[in-house]
Design a protein around this ligand. Structure first.
Ligand SMILES: *[C@@H]1O[C@H](CO)[C@@H](O)[C@H](O)[C@H]1NC(C)=O
Ligand SMILES: *[C@@H]1O[C@H](CO)[C@@H](O)[C@H](O)[C@H]1NC(C)=O
Ligand SMILES: *[C@@H]1O[C@H](CO)[C@@H](O)[C@H](O)[C@H]1NC(C)=O
Ligand SMILES: *[C@@H]1O[C@H](CO)[C@@H](O)[C@H](O)[C@H]1NC(C)=O
Ligand SMILES: *[C@@H]1O[C@H](CO)[C@@H](O)[C@H](O)[C@H]1NC(C)=O
Ligand SMILES: *[C@@H]1O[C@H](CO)[C@@H](O)[C@H](O)[C@H]1NC(C)=O
Ligand SMILES: *[C@@H]1O[C@H](CO)[C@@H](O)[C@H](O)[C@H]1NC(C)=O
Length: 484
């Protein structure tokens, strides 16, 4: 057993070797024909002696050897990432930007599954029995539920769900009866929040993370965005640690402090996981909230958002359903301006162009709009202040209007000139302080590949939505009654 090798040294060495190998290859491209390139690279690969010295980041957790070995093996995965969307029925963009549907990706994940499916979820309404409507568009949700029930009898299916507070239990009963293991997490008791996370880990190898709930509307009536990463056991193992934390709390109904070492991670904003995503060298990490659920090494979701913003040089585009510089659900009222302040600071100090695409729908909190107008007033070309806000409205015909909690842009992502951030949280204080959520952060700034980066894909989605007929600028005199 080589217990003497610090974990980060292994990773660092591995990464440096890959890095310098990559640089060599790039330089050689000028000299060698493409045909020779592979041979030369292989030769170089075997000749290169890795530079071994490195320092452990002071915040990173003390490694344990079993983790070291697991990672050392799996980080050579060639991972494939797919951006997936749900576009509500009837919504059409005049644009070539489109992505596979979340429905299709979920079905695909289930058809790949051989041994296990772990799902972290807020609530389950995959059939439309909850709405009293006879909606043909519930068909996709029903297919997902039936397939999952079928697999629950064959594979190890585990579901962590927020302790239901009046939500229907039919889907969970069906899955339980079919053989799934279900644990409820009583976030209300533990942190006064909810388990709002939405992700899947399949065979400890493939993952989904994004805004879609386990809700039929999330597939056909609500606009959603997520990412699926295939063949990526490294990343899956790290997301699994967040799942295991919910699973632990679901059994124990208390939050350990500190968390046992098995929940800690070496991957965070300072020492991200280095891997190949769609043949592109990438730095990736997962953030989590609330902070009390972050074991050693895990970047809290708020810190991840603030640091992604801080790193931006040219633009910050944000598409979220809700944006409030308050603790939405706290009594007495509390102002909470961590994100708001960071946006104003970046706009002022670095002249970063800030765009917020926020949803306007039946359930929007009216108090959100004065705060958004305040942000949007930080716009003055003379002083190079450039914050703009638009409201996105998903139209509804009379039949669609009858579906409760539908017809809304539920996206929760951010893209800067460098980074793609795909999250699961509404953007108000509660979600970062006491509600469970998580996010995938992808940095492919070093990409020289011809494949589009996740950043460029999110940017294109954002621009498609921003420029579409469904979004309109929020002006100081905008009257919301005419808006949504
Ligand atoms: C789509 O956009 C193009 C370019 O802006 C425009 O010429 C075309 O008329 C648009 N089509 C529709 C259906 O709006
Ligand atoms: C699952 O079913 C078992 C009995 O088979 C029952 O004891 C348990 O409470 C059920 N769990 C849920 C979450 O319905
Ligand atoms: C994952 O890897 C397997 C084995 O190499 C391959 O057959 C499969 O197509 C890959 N999946 C994706 C989505 O790339
Ligand atoms: C529950 O958590 C507490 C505190 O972390 C711990 O002392 C106890 O052993 C745990 N119980 C179980 C059954 O894991
Ligand atoms: C909004 O809610 C009102 C009543 O609460 C309802 O009459 C109306 O149809 C809803 N509109 C949409 C678009 O859901
Ligand atoms: C997120 O915000 C929407 C709109 O206010 C709300 O309906 C939903 O319940 C929120 N999520 C949670 C977990 O509170
Ligand atoms: C993204 O990666 C580049 C190159 O590896 C690095 O210099 C930069 O600091 C990273 N940005 C963030 C926000 O992690």
């Amino acid at each position: 057993m080589r217990t003497d090798i610090p974990y980060n040294q292994l990773v660092d060495t591995e990464w440096r070797r890959k890095e310098s190998n990559r640089r060599q290859r790039t330089a050689l491209m000028v000299l060698a024909s493409v045909g020779c390139l592979l041979l030369v690279a292989v030769a170089l690969y075997s000749l290169l002696t890795p530079a071994a010295s490195s320092h452990r980041h002071p915040d990173s957790p003390r490694p344990d050897v079993s983790v070291v070995r697991e990672k050392a093996q799996s980080c050579s995965d060639t991972c494939k990432i797919v951006v997936a969307e749900s576009i509500p029925e009837g919504v059409e963009f005049n644009s070539s930007v489109s992505h596979p549907s979340i429905f299709q990706q979920w079905m695909n994940l289930m058809s790949e599954a051989r041994s296990s499916i772990d799902i972290a979820s807020f609530y389950w309404t995959l059939t439309n029995t909850d709405t009293g409507t006879q909606e043909p568009s519930a068909n996709q949700g029903e297919q997902v539920l039936n397939r999952l029930a079928e697999l629950s009898g064959k594979l190890n299916v585990r579901i962590a769900v927020n302790a239901p507070q009046g939500q229907p239990l039919g889907d969970l009963r069906l899955l339980n009866d079919s053989g799934a293991d279900i644990r409820t997490v009583n976030m209300r008791e533990l942190t006064t929040g909810v388990l709002h996370t939405k992700f899947w880990v399949v065979d400890k190898k493939h993952v989904y993370i994004g805004s879609a709930n386990m809700d039929w509307r999330s597939l056909t009536q609500v606009k959603e965005l997520g990412a699926v990463v295939y063949n990526c056991s490294c990343l899956a193992a790290d997301l699994e640690k967040i799942f295991e934390a919910y699973w632990f709390v679901g059994a124990n109904q208390s939050i350990p402090s500190p968390w046992p070492a098995s929940f800690s991670t070496p991957y965070n904003k300072d020492t991200p996981l280095q891997l190949s995503l769609n043949h592109t060298p990438s730095s990736v990490y997962l953030s989590s909230s609330p902070p009390s659920f972050c074991a050693a090494g895990r970047t809290p979701d708020l810190q991840s958002i603030l640091s992604v913003m801080d790193d931006a040089e040219r633009f910050i585009y944000i598409a979220v359903m809700n944006y409030l510089p308050t603790m939405e659900f706290s009594h007495p009222k509390r102002y909470w301006a961590e994100i708001d302040t960071q946006l104003r600071r970046k706009a002022y100090e670095r002249r970063v162009k800030v765009r917020l695409l926020i949803s306007c729908w039946n359930n929007s909190q009216p108090v959100m709009f004065p705060f958004l107008k305040s942000l949007a007033s930080v716009h003055d070309p003379k002083h190079k202040l450039d914050i703009q806000v638009r409201l996105f409205v998903v139209p509804a015909d009379p039949r669609q209007r009858k579906i409760p909690f539908a017809r809304v842009n539920h996206n929760k992502y951010m893209v800067t000139d460098k980074i793609a951030y795909i999250g699961t949280s509404n953007w108000s204080g509660d979600y970062f302080v006491n509600t469970a959520g998580s996010a995938l952060v992808v940095n492919q700034t070093e990409s020289q590949s011809l494949e589009p980066t996740v950043q460029s894909q999110l940017k294109a989605v954002f621009e498609r939505d921003w420029d579409s007929d469904y979004s309109r600028p929020l002006a100081q005199d905008s009257d919301l009654k005419t808006f949504c």
